[in-house]
Ligand binder design. Structure first.
Ligand code: ADE
Length: 229
């Protein structure tokens, strides 16, 4: 799978692409990430990429021409184009799963106030948000998306079961996890996990996942009960 990133800050991505799971996905050729600097497509001699908003108000708006030309430089027919914005639909595991199966998609990283609405109206195919707070740009949300899809590429995680049992994959949060030693500072690993009884272990994990979801994300539990994810 190939992800095309359009950004004004290409260097932000450097470490992400060489470290940890994303680095592994790239080394294994399961993922290709291409970074394009939107500023390279500015049409004036000062390479301007933003301007004052029509109608007044604080903040600058990203100009349409550099965005248009940079998108066209990496676009092919029917390639999904994501724009990250606090106004977007909330990014969920279901959406990540959908993007992880594509051959290619484009992410446009905005900055300043927003990008010119005409680009959103004509080229962007989906607007996504990573939560109800405001970041200064779309680079961190883009990194979130790259990481989330990278780990789902075939051959990237040692044990694909590990991805399938993550929080959110079945609509619930995950259960607690323990590793050796069996006792740490007087705290023992629950006996059931040492019992070797896989049916009992599964029941315990489901019970804990339900408990944690009820406590931290009652909204998810309601949807889970309704079978409505
Ligand atoms: N850009 C700025 N804030 C954002 C957010 N919360 N989600 C996605 N993109 C953003």
């Amino acid at each position: 799978m190939k992800i095309e990133i359009l950004t004004l800050f290409p260097d932000i991505f450097t470490n992400l692409l060489s470290e940890s799971m994303v680095g592994i996905a790239i080394k294994k050729n399961a993922l290709e990430v291409n970074i394009t600097n939107i500023r390279d497509f500015a049409t004036d001699k000062h390479h301007t990429t933003d301007d004052y908003p029509y109608g007044g108000g604080a903040g600058m708006v990203m100009k349409p021409e550099p965005l248009y030309h940079s998108i066209k430089s990496v676009n092919s027919e029917n390639t999904p184009i994501v724009y990250f914005t606090p106004q977007g639909k909330l990014l969920t595991q279901d959406i990540v799963n959908k993007y992880s199966k594509l051959d290619k998609f484009i992410i446009v990283c905005g900055h300043y106030k927003e990008i010119d609405q005409r680009i959103r109206d004509t080229l962007v195919t989906e607007e996504l948000s990573i939560g109800d707070y405001v970041l200064s740009g779309g680079e961190i949300p883009a990194m979130v998306m790259i990481d989330a899809v990278a780990r789902l590429q075939p051959g990237v995680l040692g044990d694909i079961d590990s991805a399938l049992t993550d929080s959110h994959q079945n609509g619930l949060l995950g259960c607690p996890h323990y590793t050796r030693p069996p006792e740490f500072m007087g705290m023992r690993v629950p006996d059931v996990l040492l019992s070797g009884n896989h049916k009992k272990i599964e029941e315990w994990r489901t019970e804990k996942a339900l408990e944690i979801t009820k406590k931290n994300r009652p909204d998810l539990l309601e949807r889970f009960k309704l079978g409505n994810r």
